[in-house]
Write a protein that binds this ligand. Structure first.
Ligand code: ADP
Ligand code: MG
Length: 245
């Protein structure tokens, strides 16, 4: 099933063509990596899917529904999760409470009625925390977590919104190589188990090649290659961009 279909999107900022006629599709359970040098247009693509940037041309469809130019909140409600965009956690609350708040916000309950003592969504919060390997840390304050655990908590918070598509723009920025691989392996497992579509970008090519089903390569706003790891590794245009040859 096609979750995301991006068709001929373009975006210019002043005279700069940030994204120039890019098309791709993403199926349920699939992890698609968007890679390319700095300034290639990756974040602009993420922002056009998430609604933060309105395309100058082209369409974005989510499960067949045209979402082009809708505001970010509506797109989120339709099932697009965006993790790691902002510091999504509340330091003084426990890990479990952070997920409870996210569950409650997603179900439409009004925030101001939430109090830490509330027992709403405790079991669901703990299930989500177990999924990201944080069951043991449910009662700890989010503010004292190690960086890699904050990232996993942010993932649980994103999952609380029951997304069918997860947008991850440089989710592992600032992490050590082993932590990066572990976080993306977790995302890989969740994508498969939950039939979650994931669009991500990541600088570590070993991680990209290890977890992505397919890879798209952008250079100066244009899609220069698409395919599986073997195809991308062997692609002459990709080598030229990355090796400067
Ligand atoms: P990437 O994420 O691949 O590094 P971006 O999508 O952030 O690339 O940027 C693509 C191009 O668009 C760059 O030249 C960048 O300077 C420009 N750009 C991105 N966002 C803006 C903006 N809000 N205003 C002006 N220029 C922008
Ligand atoms: Mg970027």
């Amino acid at each position: 099933m096609t979750v995301l279909a991006v068709q001929g999107v373009r975006k210019s900022f002043g005279g700069v063509r940030a994204v120039d006629d890019v098309s791709f599709a993403l199926a349920a359970g699939e992890m698609l990596a968007l890679i390319g040098p700095n300034g290639a247009g990756k974040s602009t693509c993420f922002n056009m899917v998430g609604g933060q940037v309105r395309p100058d041309a082209g369409r974005v469809r989510l499960a067949g529904r045209d979402i082009t130019g809708l505001p970010p909140r509506r797109i989120a409600r339709l099932g697009v999760g965006r993790s790691f965009q902002i510091a999504a956690t509340f330091a003084s609350m426990t890990v479990r409470e952070n997920v409870q708040v996210a569950l409650q916000a997603h179900r439409g309950a009004t925030w101001r009625f939430w109090r830490p003592a509330d027992s709403l969504f405790v079991a669901e919060a703990e299930t989500l925390l177990a999924e990201v390997g944080m069951a043991e840390q449910a009662g700890r304050a989010a503010g004292v977590l190690a960086y890699g655990d904050v990232k996993r908590l942010e993932l649980a918070v994103a999952l609380a919104g029951a997304p069918r598509l997860l947008l991850m723009d440089e989710p592992t920025a600032g992490m050590a190589p082993a932590e990066r691989a572990a976080l993306m392996a977790l995302v890989r497992r969740l994508a498969t188990e939950r039939a979650l579509a994931v669009l991500f970008t990541e600088h570590d090519m070993d991680v990209v090649f290890g977890v992505a089903d397919r890879i798209l390569v952008l250079d100066r706003g244009r899609l220069i290659a698409a395919g599986d790891a073997a195809t991308i590794r062997a692609d002459a245009a990709v080598r030229a961009v990355y090796l400067g040859a």
